[in-house]
Every structure is written in structure tokens, then in C-alpha cells.
Design a protein around this ligand. Structure first.
Ligand code: ZN
Length: 106
């Protein structure tokens, strides 16, 4: 009995080769309140501090946050974009693989 083998398709997308760097996690722009009682951030309406650029990622199961300057955020944005694009490609690749597997194996 021969088993119909699924096609394993093209090599990984060129995007993978083009992505020279990819930073994990997310970069968020946040406005915050501080701990001082008589601060403008406690006024009505509040004037919050920021924006702060918080890079959040998971390291050994723990969330690690690091604040970046605007200049750093600009400089590393392509690396965050690369990582996001790679996650999208992985999701697409897994969905396509699952379809092929289910077609072949039932
Ligand atoms: Zn404040």
C-alpha cells in the first residue's frame, strides 16, 4: 500500500532570509500616572506622563519590560516589524500545513 505523501511546498519564504534581525515582544506607547499626590497627572482632567515606550517580552516565563527612547524605538522598529511578520508567516505556514496534513491523512 502506498501512502500519498503531502507536498512540502516551496522553501521558507524569502522574508525569512531578508529578516536579518527580529526582536521578540511588543513595543507599546503608554501614558502613566506617577506616585506624587499633587502632580498634574492627578488633576482633573489629568495630564498624564509620557508617552513612554515600553518594550515588553517574556523571558523564562516572566514578563520583562524595558523603556526605550524614541530614538531607540525608531532605530529598532524594523526588528519588531520583522518579528511580527515572521509570526504571521509561521501562523500561515502552520494553517497551510494542517490543511495538507488533514487532506492527506484524514
Ligand atoms: Zn505625576
Amino acid at each position: 500500500m502506498t501512502t500519498r505523501r503531502p507536498s512540502f511546498g516551496a522553501p521558507l519564504p524569502a522574508a525569512l532570509n531578508d529578516a536579518d534581525y527580529a526582536l521578540p515582544g511588543t513595543l507599546a506607547r503608554r501614558y502613566m500616572r506617577c506616585g506624587k499626590t499633587n502632580c498634574r497627572c492627578k488633576a482633573d482632567p489629568p495630564v498624564l506622563h509620557g508617552p513612554y515606550l515600553h518594550w515588553t517580552r517574556t523571558v523564562a516565563g516572566k514578563t520583562v519590560t524595558r523603556t526605550l527612547t524614541q530614538e531607540q524605538a525608531n532605530r529598532y522598529q524594523p526588528w519588531f516589524d520583522n518579528a511580527r511578520r515572521l509570526r504571521e508567516l509561521t501562523t500561515e505556514l502552520e494553517a497551510r500545513s494542517l490543511r495538507v496534513f488533514l487532506d492527506a491523512e484524514g
